[in-house]
Design a protein around this ligand. Structure first.
Ligand SMILES: Cc1cc2nc3c(=O)[nH]c(=O)nc-3n(C[C@H](O)[C@H](O)[C@H](O)COP(=O)(O)OP(=O)(O)OC[C@H]3O[C@@H](n4cnc5c(N)ncnc54)[C@H](O)[C@@H]3O)c2cc1C
Length: 580
């Protein structure tokens, strides 16, 4: 019997178990949602379809006109995830992610404006709000009368979010907030801010989440930041000077705000993932047309293998990312609570695939791709941020590897407690890993492999299922090897944990595509699914090769030289081998 609070496909996989019920059947939008989605897509087409010139102009100007934000309001785009009872469309994660995909096909700034509101700005209210709090704000958030923003980052606290300095000091029934948040998406247009502040002045942690509204005295937002990409979306500082916030505006428990922040970011990842997939689909259309229409050496460049390789890889990347993002959204919709590792994988995979896709599309467009007349340079600028915000992909890779090895099911509760607070107190969390290493060794010799094989896949996928199973064995061995090699020191062994994460990312991608293609064959028959079957075959081969290479690098690598070179240039402050 699966425990929906604790079950996690990737955590189990690190123990050698394939919990296939978690990812079968491949998810679809809930009954009734598909119809609503089609209606929303039609609205998007008529509203955004002919706006390319505007998007270009707003990118140059670095701002989106207020009148256009009103159009987004009128189209109901701020109510996508608000329950119907409060006036929204009540989309689940699968439908929401699909909707952001569609918006991102038109423009990154528009997708971000809508996404930051729904994915993270008001998510804390949805996840932790009391009935009173929900009734108070959700109806106005649904219409966009209130636009929401998520305020965590500060000048000295980015990836290390637990080190924020904004304070909240109790004063009677109120809290007094002071501090400055930076780079807040929607800052300039929002009236509803989910703000994280320290409610204890001692040490790290003790953070609390508050709803702050623009009408409170002492709330101010700065000018729009002049950014590289997504320039039309609003990014500003949010400063809080002696802001009096009623205790009734606390989201969740006092002192548990770090957990609230991480939960919001996890739950919101399918929005960013969906946006990335939508971006890829649009770029594939552009690059396909470019390759078909551009002639060189007497034929369309689409007929050269080097160009075909780029386009074909874009399709594989998009299909795999889409499968992963949908699978994670499905986990959320089916009520699984512990999908943080899978959600982080989906963010890393989709945002990196989008970046590669945008880069290769520009390459296919050649010199024209570098000119501002064509859309590629803007797209490339727009998509770069995705690898940085909502957790940098580098830090997420550490989280993926460490959080996954953390959970060795119920039996390792003590380790779990330490590792859950890994970013609060990494030393304590990692200290517990020596116990883990011992237990892991015992498990490896005892071969607790009750679920080492797929049983729910279509029989014709046996070969690729075999690739996955072999990779899963390699993952368990890699985790063992890395933990034994580094023990407590694993916290500093980032190159090793990164390798573990890379193996996990490829394996989850493969699991998602296996689940999807199997479902397609069952639904539509082998012939209709033939091309998707080929995508699976190609990705399985690529993933297998990468996993093997990564595994081989665990023991045989130039890591010590690379680190020494980094230390050398950091100390010296320059590249020292210039020969003139
Ligand atoms: C356009 C834009 C919009 C944003 N919107 C919002 C928003 O709406 N709300 C909000 O709260 N924030 C927002 N942010 C902030 C964003 O989430 C942060 O930029 C991000 O979390 C990274 O923090 P940082 O920029 O301070 O980088 P840093 O944390 O200083 O990291 C710098 C580099 O060091 C690496 N690094 C850091 N720590 C480690 C480690 N332990 N191990 C290995 N490598 C490490 C990082 O991966 C990165 O490469 C936005 C940022 C931008 C640019």
């Amino acid at each position: 019997m699966i425990d929906k609070r604790t079950a996690s496909f990737m955590r189990s996989l690190c123990m050698g178990d394939i919990e296939e019920e978690l990812i079968h059947p491949y998810p679809e939008p809930r009954a009734g949602e598909a119809e609503t989605l089609r209606a929303v897509f039609a609205t998007l087409r008529s509203m955004l379809g002919a706006r390319e010139k505007d998007f270009v102009a707003w990118d140059r100007a670095g701002e989106m006109p207020r009148a256009f934000v009103d159009e987004l309001r009128q189209a109901g785009l701020f109510g996508l995830v608000v329950p119907e009872a409060y006036g929204g469309l009540g989309f689940g994660s699968t439908a929401y992610s699909r909707c952001l995909q569609e918006i991102a096909r038109y423009d990154g700034s528009v997708a971000l404006t809508v996404g930051a509101h729904s994915s993270i700005g008001m998510r804390g209210l949805l996840l932790y709000g009391t009935e009173e709090q929900r009734a108070r704000w959700l109806p106005r958030l649904a219409t966009g009368e209130l636009i929401a923003a998520f305020c965590l980052t500060e000048p000295a606290a980015g990836s290390d979010a637990a080190s924020i300095k904004t304070t909240a000091v109790r004063d009677g029934d109120d809290w007094i907030l002071n501090g400055e948040k930076i780079w807040i998406t929607n800052g300039g247009i929002a009236d509803f801010f989910t703000v994280f502040a320290k409610t204890s002045l001692e040490g790290r942690g003790h953070i609390t989440a508050f709803v702050v509204t623009r009408d409170m005295k002492g709330v101010a937002t700065g000018p729009h930041e002049d950014k590289m990409g997504i320039r039309a979306s609003s990014t500003t500082t949010v400063s809080l000077e002696d802001v009096r916030v009623p205790a009734a505006n606390v989201l969740g428990e006092v002192g548990k705000g770090f957990k609230v922040a991480m939960h919001i970011l996890n739950a919101g990842r399918t929005g960013l993932g969906g946006g990335s997939v939508g971006g890829m689909k649009r770029i594939i259309e552009l690059a396909g047309a470019q390759a078909r229409d551009r002639q060189q050496f007497g034929r369309p460049i689409a007929r050269f293998e080097a160009v075909q390789q780029k386009l074909g890889q874009m399709v594989i990347d998009c299909y795999v990312s889409e499968s992963v993002v949908n699978l994670v959204a499905g986990l959320a919709d089916r009520g699984y609570e512990d999908y943080a590792v899978e959600a982080a994988i989906s963010k890393v995979m989709a945002t990196e695939a989008l970046w590669r896709t945008a880069d290769e599309a520009l390459q296919i467009a050649g010199g024209g791709g570098f000119m501002r007349e064509l859309p590629y340079e803007r797209i490339l600028r727009d998509v770069r941020i995705n690898r940085i915000f909502e957790g940098t992909n580098d830090v997420l890779r550490l989280f993926i590897a460490l959080a996954a090895v953390n959970d060795v099911a119920q039996e390792l509760k003590d380790l779990g407690a330490g590792m859950k607070g890994i970013f609060d107190d990494p030393i304590k969390g990692f200290g517990l890993l020596s116990d883990y290493a011992k237990r892991r060794a015992r498990l490896a010799t005892g071969l607790r492999r009750t679920k080492g094989k797929w049983t729910l896949l279509h029989p014709s996928l046996e070969a690729e299922a075999g690739v996955f199973e072999a990779g899963a064995t390699e993952l368990a061995r890699a985790a063992d090897r890395i933990l034994r090699k580094h023990g407590k020191g694993i916290i500093e062994a980032q190159l090793a944990t990164r390798r573990l994460a890379d193996i996990m990312i490829d394996l989850f991608g493969l699991a998602a595509v296996l689940s999807r293609v199997s479902w397609r064959i069952d639904e539509a028959g082998p012939e209709a699914a033939a091309t998707e079957r080929e995508i699976l075959r190609a990705y399985a081969a690529q993933a297998r090769r990468r996993v093997d290479e990564t595994f081989a690098c665990i023991d045989d690598n130039p890591d010590s030289t690379v680190k020494a070179l980094a230390d050398h240039v950091t100390e010296l402050g320059r590249y020292p081998w210039d020969n003139v």
